[in-house]
Ligand binder design. Sequence first.
Ligand SMILES: Cc1cc2nc3c(=O)[nH]c(=O)nc-3n(C[C@H](O)[C@H](O)[C@H](O)COP(=O)(O)OP(=O)(O)OC[C@H]3O[C@@H](n4cnc5c(N)ncnc54)[C@H](O)[C@@H]3O)c2cc1C
Length: 421
Amino acid sequence: MKSSEFDLAIVGAGMVGVSCALWARMRGLSVLLLDENPPGSGASYGNAGTIATYACVPVNSPDILWNLPSLLFSKESPLGIDWAYALRNLPWMLAFLRNCTPARVARITDILGDLLARADSGLDPLIEAAGAGDLMVANDCLYIYSTAAGFARAATGLEGRRRNGVAFDVLEEAAIRALEPALKLPIHKGLMFRGARHVRDPQALIERLHACFLEKGGQWRQTGVTRTEAADDGVTLHLADGGTRVADKVVIAAGAHSKSIAGSGAEALPLDTERGHHLMFHKHGGLVSRPVGWADGGLYATPMAAGLRIAGTVEIAGLEQPKSPHRLAYLKRKAHQMFGDIGAPDEDWLGFRPTMPDALPVIGRSPHSGRILHAFGHQHVGLTLGGITGRIIADLAEDRAPNFDISMFDPKRFGSKSGSR
Ligand SMILES: Cc1cc2nc3c(=O)[nH]c(=O)nc-3n(C[C@H](O)[C@H](O)[C@H](O)COP(=O)(O)OP(=O)(O)OC[C@H]3O[C@@H](n4cnc5c(N)ncnc54)[C@H](O)[C@@H]3O)c2cc1C
């Protein structure tokens, strides 16, 4: 094998990969970042933009087990499922359901809570280095429950948030309507997550981080990576354009597509996708002054630089199918229930959340080789956790121990056979 050209090569330039690249470069490593697409054009492009340090309660919940029939069959459910796909991926589905018991959910909540509490320490140095403070808005985040039953079901989650030090107030209907007068949806109660921030344009944030990475001497190549080959003295990357590159270590940060990189050890892990859609209403960015999550609807309305973004819902249908007209129609219906007739959306989008069945990201050394590092599976909170993931990966790339326990994110937690946990 030819000798290493880089200390670190990173596959994938979403929020996670770009954050890894900038952290590693700021530590002085020579870094090559590769993606078949422009930076920030995967899931990181169209998310709801919340820096959701409060979001320690996973989608997995005992509620899903108890309400499965209505969640799966109601036209008004925020969860959609392609049965043929789900049956082909039964081990992932069963592992996901196994992680819906109260004990597992409490454990996941505490692990995520601890990681989310560290998120700003990974993100803020990147925002500062890239001069991206103008893209950040600090105006809290509101979460609304339309019914007493919905709010009652959230009790365990609220307890989990309190246990993990999340700062929030419970607001009554009148206070919410005074804060956000454009809201027309039924309101029972709401939560105000104090100190929460959001990003006015997630892709612009990633472009700024990427530009900063280049300014600091990082190298960028727009091409896919098909295969990695680890040896004792380095890792060879096989590129879609036929070339190869050799790096001392390699990071797999290709989001929901990470399994497609042969030889990386990601192929064997139970990574799947929770598809999410968004609609943009360009003229309506002023309708709310902060992100408003609608718990019963499974979505956020976020004021963005380009207008109002209605983003969310979960669809289990894999990576191959196009946008779902049903999901898009659902989002439009919900947008109209939230704000009245705001007309037709100007844009729509489908993105692929990378999700492990235990709702925890995979951050650590590949079962295949200590020279291959995994950084994917950040499900609903990858924009929030990209920065801290980058800091951990920079530690591992330098063979340093991170300053907290990361064993819960170890790729080896799934054992040698995938889908088992
Ligand atoms: C509707 C929706 C709303 C969301 N809202 C929020 C939110 O408010 N807050 C939050 O924190 N998170 C949110 N998320 C989740 C967040 O967007 C994701 O967790 C995050 O973007 C994942 O980042 P990533 O870098 O791992 O993946 P991606 O952004 O998908 O990046 C992966 C990159 O890898 C590249 N790639 C794939 N295969 C290859 C290959 N073989 N070779 C080279 N490159 C490759 C892709 O082109 C892509 O650019 C939301 C997600 C959705 C869908």
